[in-house]
Write a new protein. Sequence first.
Length: 167
Amino acid sequence: MAECFRVSPIGGGSSDIKTILVVEDEATVRSLVREFLQLAGYRVREASDGVEALRHIADGRARIDLLLTDLVMPRMGGKELAERVEVIRPEIRILYMSGYTDELVDLAGERNAGRGFLQKPFRRDTLLGKVHELLAESRRVPDPGVDTVDREIEFEGHPETVTGPCI
């Protein structure tokens, strides 16, 4: 009989449990990824596309440490979602996943601190290793003393103003 085990997420106590927002339009893939992450001790929130994910992130009520997003989805893809998250919540780390190898070319400039890529299909240990690696990385977050600027972004066809660091 196979042994079951639980991997402790980074951090010590239950208040240190990391939260991952899984954004995937394929319900079976989303469910499997959720199960892998929950069995490893992570808190998981789910969205079926980028628009739904932005609602979770913009709402601000739940802490989200990592965005795990598919690249190709209806309504809003993962790359556009990541660009918007970077403005709204720059502290969130981003892990892209895709079954399309041509997406790798488009992400050439995206691989910096706090971002990664996972080629589908992937194994449970590969997923958990990449998640752990990204969560362990320190992410440069704008200093609260840094000047900020309001930016207009479009969300569901309507302009919205968000505040972000001056660049």
